[in-house]
Write a protein that binds this ligand. Structure first.
Ligand SMILES: [Zn+2]
Ligand SMILES: [Zn+2]
Length: 136
């Protein structure tokens, strides 16, 4: 799989490419990811930050730095959650799988922050590793 993945936000203002395969795919159930996603959390592919190329919409991209944890990046037009993990300064970025334009077949290898699974959320019995917080 050497072709670049392409991603976009809901309104289409932001378009980007990821030029290298993800080195890890995980699902995060932490309370921050719930707040910002509007759902059970975020599903992420980990990429080297320098492998992400913004194709359009750089001017509407906003990054929020919470008091705890890494910066989160979103489209200021439509609110779509784009990246986590501290883009663009960090060495690695968590690319939200929900942004990807083509169907992405890889399944999460791990569930993170399982201690924060909500009563209204069902953790799938998918055989993926589970971690109370971050994986080691
Ligand atoms: Zn947008
Ligand atoms: Zn999280």
């Amino acid at each position: 799989m050497n072709e670049a993945l392409t991603g976009s936000c809901l309104c289409g203002s932001v378009r980007f490419e990821v030029t290298e395969p993800f080195d890890r795919v995980t699902q995060c159930h932490c309370t921050s990811c719930k707040k910002l996603s509007g759902g059970v959390g975020t599903s992420n592919g980990r990429a080297r930050t320098e492998s992400i190329r913004i194709v359009s919409g750089r001017d509407v991209i906003r990054t929020y730095q919470p008091s705890e944890g890494s910066a989160k990046t979103f489209c200021s037009e439509c609110g779509s959650n784009l990246f986590g993990g501290g883009w663009p300064e960090s060495e690695h970025t968590s690319v939200r799988l929900s942004t990807l334009d083509a169907p992405f077949e890889e399944r999460p290898a791990a569930h993170l922050y399982v201690r924060s699974v909500a009563p209204w959320e069902t953790l799938p019995d998918d055989g993926a590793e589970r971690f109370d917080a971050l994986s080691t």
